[in-house]
Write a protein that binds this ligand. Structure first.
Ligand SMILES: N=CN[C@@H](CCC(=O)O)C(=O)O
Ligand SMILES: [Zn+2]
Length: 426
């Protein structure tokens, strides 16, 4: 653990410092400091500074610019922590806006079954897939669930994720959905990664249950209990063939809005059944997957200000056609880490976004940071390193940010700074 950091490596909570005073973290001499998306009128997609420096105080970026200029006001010798980034790229921490990172059990057998030709939906219809994980989660204690999530958060942090959304949805009854959300809360409270909790009771129809009856239970029992406990920020639904219809999805999300939960929707993943339209109508923060979305869907989402979240790892793992990013305004990308998509790395998602979906490295980086922050309704500069933004950044063992997607199969992340504290060093 570096000096001047707390148990979890968080920065000291000194009051906001005046220039020249102590109480700040400095990252300096970066070969390629990526501040974030450039101004709309700039010819470049990203604002990048060669030889750049960054200062974080009280958890927020307070200065960014050329190292000589920045260190005149914030010298290295006065810093609580000074990180020499010579020859290295520095980027905002990754925001992963779609995961099912809390689960139990093992579904590696299904990987082999899918390779032999069984489809995801056939496996689900036969009681496997999500339903297999539901059985394992119901059997696990809340402590075991929290420990599982902590292990995944550790790995995600090492891969550069500093904010992650995590869904419930493997309980499918009030007690287990609440236990999942409690486990998310307890793992999150003891971990440097910021965790955004999402209630997803409408993830699958439990075995032996009528779908409409189950939607009644989600709306009348689960949602009120979740809202009363204040343990979720978003409400999500799997709107697809073999899961919930557009009408059922609308009902769940509208009920969530009434209870103060912001909607999200899994839309047009396997079949185009109207999820985008529902997402647009209910004012969802994001519509996710979108493999089968059309121009019309993309236009509806754009008009309603819904962030499209593309999940290239899912298509890769399923051997399916990727979503088409050119349809969408400012798409985000996410890992979709879950037992069906065992990929915790946003760097890998960025590689697939480039190689599989045809995004540029610039677009992939913005998708994994600023646009991903929008998908979880964060508008405080998260996903950028502009002054005022959270002090979450990555120092890469590489000379430019392009190495994030370029070096696939391994991670370029050498140091992770969260709220100004060094929380991971390789
Ligand atoms: N498609 C629905 N839900 C998850 C998969 C969950 C699972 O298979 O366990 C997803 O977003 O990919
Ligand atoms: Zn999902």
């Amino acid at each position: 653990m570096p000096e001047n950091t707390t148990e979890h490596g968080q920065s000291r909570t000194d009051p906001f410092v005046e220039p020249g005073h102590t109480g700040y973290t400095l990252v300096y001499d970066a070969a390629d400091l990526v501040v974030g998306p450039a101004d709309a009128d700039s010819p470049n997609r990203l604002r990048r500074i060669e030889g750049g420096a960054l200062v974080v105080a009280d958890g927020r970026v307070v200065a960014v610019g050329d190292t000589a200029d920045v260190t005149r006001e914030y010298p290295a010798e006065n810093a609580d922590t000074a990180v020499d980034a010579s020859g290295k790229a520095v980027t905002p921490g990754f925001v992963d806006p779609h995961t099912h990172a809390l689960f139990a059990g093992d579904r590696s057998d299904e990987f082999a079954r899918k390779l032999r030709g069984e489809s995801y939906q056939e496996i689900l219809a036969g009681g496997g897939g999500i339903l297999k994980t539901v059985r394992a989660v119901r059997d696990a204690s809340t402590e075991e669930l929290a420990a599982n999530l902590t292990e995944h958060l550790d790995r995600m942090l090492a891969f550069g994720t500093t904010t992650v959304e995590v869904k419930s949805g493997y309980g499918l009854d009030t007690e287990t959905e609440l236990r999942m959300l409690d486990a998310i809360d307890s793992a999150a409270g003891a971990h440097p990664v910021d965790v955004v909790p999402t209630f997803m009771g409408a993830h699958a129809v439990p075995e032996g249950t009528d779908a409409d009856d189950y939607v009644d239970a989600v709306v009348e029992e689960q949602l009120p209990a979740v809202a009363e406990q204040g343990v979720a920020e978003f409400c999500d639904v799997f709107c697809d063939e073999g899961a919930f219809t557009a009408a059922q999805s609308r009902r769940v999300l509208e009920a969530g809005v009434e209870r103060g939960l912001t909607p999200k929707i899994h839309a047009e993943e396997f079949a185009r059944i109207g999820g985008s339209e529902v997402g647009a109508d209910v004012g969802a923060a994001s519509a996710d997957h979108l493999l089968n979305a059309t121009d019309e869907d993309a236009a509806a989402l754009a008009e309603a200000g819904v962030t499209p979240v593309l999940l290239p790892g899912t298509a890769f793992g399923l051997g399916a056609d990727y979503a088409d990013p050119s349809l969408f305004d400012e798409p985000a990308i996410a890992s979709d880490f879950n037992p069906n998509c065992y990929a915790r790395s946003m760097g890998f998602a960025a590689t697939l976004a480039c190689v599989g979906m045809g995004m540029t490295p610039e677009d992939a980086l913005v998708a994994a940071t600023r646009n991903a922050a929008r998908a979880v309704d964060r508008d405080d500069g998260l996903g950028t390193l502009q002054p005022g933004a959270p002090g979450d950044c990555l120092v890469l063992d590489a000379p430019s940010f392009v190495h994030v997607p370029y070096e696939f199969g391994e991670s370029t992340v050498e140091t992770v700074v969260k709220n100004g504290g060094v929380v991971y060093e390789r």
